[in-house]
Design a protein around this ligand. Structure first.
Ligand code: S3P
Length: 172
């Protein structure tokens, strides 16, 4: 596998956890679009949303997507939940959707030892009713875009990663 692998999916679905298992179990290096943006800006996503608004954040995602396209190879790229809207995502690599029902995602976040922090750092999860609407709007778009779909519900990150390795093989 020499292509980039791009993890997409809703907030809290476990993209970071899968990325960490991929690193542990392969030679891949992983990068995260939110981490790149936070270091570019030297402030947290929550602060960027508060101080500049969502449009500014999406422009930064665009900048990151252009850089990924021109400069990044052989890398596992985990993305923020809205990054999939960037044009020509498939030009960056194989798009892998981590999929799970909304209720399971929220349950997963709430049972995490850092649940409060996990909810707080995500501005678009502050209102669960609105978050569910966003999920319903995005899920068909995620599915349409994905080359590979992994249902992560009630599976360990390691099991999801094994499934990912098996499925990406055919993309050589
Ligand atoms: C967002 C998801 C977040 C982060 C930002 C916006 C979204 O990333 O990029 O808060 O639009 O879904 P995670 O998916 O890692 O929570």
């Amino acid at each position: 596998m020499s292509k980039n692998i791009i993890l997409i999916g809703f907030m809290g679905v476990g993209k970071g956890s899968v990325a960490r298992e991929v690193i542990k179990n392969s030679d891949y290096i992983a990068i995260d679009t939110d981490d790149l943006i936070e270091s570019m800006e030297n402030r947290k996503i929550k602060k960027i949303f508060e101080e500049e608004g969502e449009t500014y954040f999406r422009d930064l995602e665009k900048k990151v997507s252009l850089w990924l396209k021109s400069s990044v190879k052989n890398t596992l790229i985990s993305t923020g939940g809205g990054f999939y809207k960037q044009k020509n995502l498939k030009d960056i690599g194989v798009v892998v959707l981590l999929d799970s029902p909304f209720e399971s995602i929220i349950k997963r976040i709430k049972k995490h030892p850092n649940a409060v922090r996990k909810l707080k750092k995500r501005p678009l999860l502050s209102d669960l009713k609105k978050a569910k609407e966003l999920y319903d709007e995005r899920r068909p778009e995620y599915l349409k875009l994905a080359d590979i779909v992994i249902d992560v519900t009630n599976k360990s990150a390691l099991d999801c990663t094994k499934e990912l390795f098996k499925k990406v093989k055919k993309y050589g």
